[in-house]
Design a protein around this ligand. Structure first.
Ligand code: BDR
Ligand code: CA
Length: 309
């Protein structure tokens, strides 16, 4: 299988930081765009630049949307801390972001190089804006592999954080008409940073492993404090990258998925139609259901080791 070429659209974020690592190792990472989500856009962009330095990457980083399309901005300091990447001593970035126009970058790059995958691991604001401003984009890209939604919620009973933050943007993306892969919570909760896995990262030499070991510890400690019966933080975002580079580790099924925009208690919910009826709407999405967590985690640790000097 050819190596997928991707643009990672992220809001680092502990698990976004790990998505950058696996993207750098197992894909042709063309660029990084940032979005307001886990933390305000200044912080998520800063954190992406920190990761770029720690990995020694040459890729451009473009700063994106400062807020969702319609809803007021919301952050996730209760999971990631105020900085978006609390829990480790991070170096200051050595460079600035390449532009304040992630949407323009997405459009220009997908037009210049057809067949790119877009991998959004935060709210879908940038991707929706790009699809709206450039109606040709949907047929120029290979597809969109996103982290969001699921059969249960985390920010509310019904809604997962990335979709809940910007449901109108998610609605645009789920209706864009091209290949779409969804890593929802029911999948990503199978991919957990247990203490044994974190200790393997901490045992690696080098600055990157040192920083990521601390970040994973903070993330898992937060999860275990907030949840009943979880043995580690759910490392959501790398799943959307790994499904492109290592699809054999996943089980997926096509389904029709819609985003709830209006419910009093269900705004931001993804409804996955699993009815066994002939009359259901055509699938618009490959929904991921299972991940082989052990080999997938091995791949992530190998990627950390590769860049940790
Ligand atoms: C998603 O929300 C964020 O906190 C994580 O980075 C992940 O993308 C999980 O709901
Ligand atoms: Ca994220």
């Amino acid at each position: 299988m050819p190596t997928p070429s991707i643009i990672l659209d992220c809001d680092p974020g502990h698990d976004d930081a790990l998505a950058i690592v696996v993207a750098a190792r197992y894909t042709n990472l063309v660029g990084i765009t940032t979005v307001s989500g886990n933390a305000p856009i200044e912080s998520t962009t800063h954190n992406a630049l920190v990761m770029k330095d720690l990995l020694g990457l040459k890729v451009p980083v473009h700063k994106g949307a400062v807020r969702p399309l319609v809803a007021p901005p919301q952050y996730a300091a209760y999971v990631h801390g105020e900085s978006g990447l609390d829990g480790a001593d991070l170096p200051e970035p050595t460079s600035k972001h390449d532009s304040d126009d992630a949407v323009g970058y997405l459009i220009d790059t997908c037009r210049a190089t057809e067949g790119l995958w877009l991998v959004p691991t935060g709210p879908l604001t940038n991707i929706a804006m790009a699809l709206r401003l450039a109606p040709d984009l949907g047929r120029r890209i290979a597809g969109i592999s996103l982290m969001g939604g699921g059969t249960f919620g985390n920010r509310t009973t019904a809604a997962e954080f990335n979709i809940w933050v910007d449901p109108e943007a998610a609605d645009v993306v789920f209706n864009y008409g091209g290949p779409l892969v969804m890593a929802g919570l029911h999948l990503t909760h199978q991919f957990r940073a247990t203490q044994a896995r974190i200790d393997r990262v901490k045992a690696l030499p080098g600055q990157l492993a040192n920083v990521l070991g601390d970040l994973m510890q903070f993330f898992t400690d937060t999860y275990m404090r907030r949840h009943h019966g979880m043995d580690g933080g759910a490392v959501h975002d790398p799943c959307s990258v790994l499904v492109l580079s290592h699809p054999d580790l996943f089980v997926s099924r096509p389904a029709h998925v819609v985003v709830e925009l209006n419910g009093t208690h269900t705004r931001g919910m993804t409804l996955i139609d699993q009815r066994d009826l002939k009359e259901v709407l055509e699938p618009n999405c490959d929904v991921l259901w299972e991940i082989e967590a052990e080999p997938a985690f091995d791949l992530m640790i190998d990627a950390i080791a590769h860049f940790s000097r």
